[in-house]
Ligand binder design. Structure first.
Ligand SMILES: *[C@@H]1O[C@H](CO)[C@@H](O)[C@H](O)[C@H]1NC(C)=O
Ligand SMILES: *[C@@H]1O[C@H](CO)[C@@H](O)[C@H](O)[C@H]1NC(C)=O
Ligand SMILES: *[C@@H]1O[C@H](CO)[C@@H](O)[C@H](O)[C@H]1NC(C)=O
Ligand SMILES: *[C@@H]1O[C@H](CO)[C@@H](O)[C@H](O)[C@H]1NC(C)=O
Ligand SMILES: *[C@@H]1O[C@H](CO)[C@@H](O)[C@H](O)[C@H]1NC(C)=O
Ligand SMILES: *[C@@H]1O[C@H](CO)[C@@H](O)[C@H](O)[C@H]1NC(C)=O
Ligand SMILES: *[C@@H]1O[C@H](CO)[C@@H](O)[C@H](O)[C@H]1NC(C)=O
Ligand SMILES: *[C@@H]1O[C@H](CO)[C@@H](O)[C@H](O)[C@H]1NC(C)=O
Length: 290
């Protein structure tokens, strides 16, 4: 039941991606030459979209994250955000409405780092197009930033916050001579989440419904989870992604798991949103050769 819904959502996502073409050719304001670490305030309405251009030199150690907030955007006339990179396009709508009908006006996503130019650092232009079909002007803020600690270090903790509209992921590279590690996640709170390890390939599957379709492995977690990762799980690749996706309800982690019917999603409750504080560690296990 849920997986069926997941597949449908995946197709809706693909549909959105396939239809963004006209966005780039339609009339757009000249655009803003944007910098990272700065919060831009703007407003959009139907026929009046905003365009931001970010430029940076690529590095395999870095990942870029966009944080977008709009308190006023409504699910029926959402803001459509399209992030265009050299080789890929990411699009999503704000507010994010979770499967159980909660509305999140704040959405954060990490762009998949382009591993196809692992060595060469090239200057890349990222274009963010903000549009809506709302006739009423809707205000928003947009911040582009680099993810702190994107490269996980062996035996070193990192702590971050995540919520259903702000999935997080990091990468880990097996050091030479290490063939097996343990990815461990701990949390002081009981919010239900998925911990997933995935092939370091784009697109990254960081949605509650898509995270299950990757070629890697996932576990449901509340206070802790651990996954053993070996090199051969990813075809001998040195790199893999560690993904944390928080659920909007704790149903997935309850023993009394019951599938939500689509009818229950019809009301946008907006109450009791979940935020999870997660500490991640990649431990070199004793079996590792040194
Ligand atoms: C953004 O801010 C972080 C610290 O908050 C800093 O480490 C980083 O260098 C800044 N990046 C740019 C491009 O200014
Ligand atoms: C919308 O943004 C424009 C600039 O982009 C600004 O001049 C205008 O005052 C804003 N409107 C509102 C209602 O904030
Ligand atoms: C990228 O690197 C080149 C050469 O090192 C430099 O001239 C340019 O300013 C850099 N671009 C950015 C956005 O940092
Ligand atoms: C990256 O550079 C290193 C040495 O600088 C080289 O050994 C390696 O083959 C390069 N990798 C790719 C994918 O070009
Ligand atoms: C937009 O305007 C509303 C009031 O109309 C305000 O509460 C909100 O903070 C503003 N900014 C964003 C990003 O929604
Ligand atoms: C990492 O966090 C765990 C608990 O989450 C703690 O037991 C451990 O001591 C921490 N390790 C370091 C090196 O801080
Ligand atoms: C695994 O590696 C082999 C040889 O390196 C390659 O032919 C195959 O396509 C790879 N499979 C995947 C799923 O990447
Ligand atoms: C997350 O939890 C750790 C302890 O596990 C705490 O030190 C840290 O302040 C918390 N972070 C936030 C943002 O609540």
């Amino acid at each position: 039941m849920t997986s069926k819904m997941g597949v449908i959502q995946l197709f809706i996502c693909l549909g959105v991606i396939l239809h963004i073409g006209p966005l780039f050719s339609s009339a757009t304001s000249p655009g803003i030459q944007a910098v990272f670490n700065h919060t831009y305030s703007g407003n959009v309405s139907a026929g009046n979209e905003k365009l931001y251009t970010f430029t940076h030199n690529t590095s395999m150690d870095e990942a870029i994250r966009f944080q977008f907030l709009s308190e006023d955007a409504v699910p029926d006339f959402p803001i459509l955000l399209v992030v265009k990179q050299t080789r890929s396009v990411l699009s999503y709508t704000v507010p994010y409405v979770s499967p159980d009908g909660q509305k999140y006006g704040s959405v954060s996503k990490t762009l998949c780092p382009d591993s196809s130019n692992l060595n060469a650092s090239v200057e890349e232009t990222i274009i963010v197009v903000v549009s809506t079909s709302s006739a009423i002007e809707v205000n928003f803020t947009l911040t582009g930033m680099f993810v702190d600690d994107f490269n996980l270090q062996s035996n070193k903790n990192i702590t971050f916050l995540s919520d259903p509209s702000a999935p997080q992921y990091y990468q880990y590279e097996f050091p030479e001579g290490v063939d097996m590690v343990m990815v461990r996640a701990k949390s002081p709170d009981k919010a239900c989440a998925y911990l997933s390890v995935q092939n370091a390939k784009c697109p990254i599957l960081d949605g509650v419904s898509t995270v299950r379709y990757n070629e890697g492995f996932f576990q449901t977690m509340t206070k802790q989870a651990a996954i053993t990762v070996t090199r051969d799980m990813f075809n001998g690749s040195d790199l893999f992604f560690v993904v944390v996706v928080v659920h909007s309800t704790n149903a997935m982690c309850d023993n009394t798991f019951k599938t939500l019917s689509p009818l229950e999603a019809a009301h946008y409750t907006g109450s009791s949103k979940q935020t999870k504080n997660v500490t991640l560690t990649v431990e070199r296990t004793l079996d590792s050769k040194f």
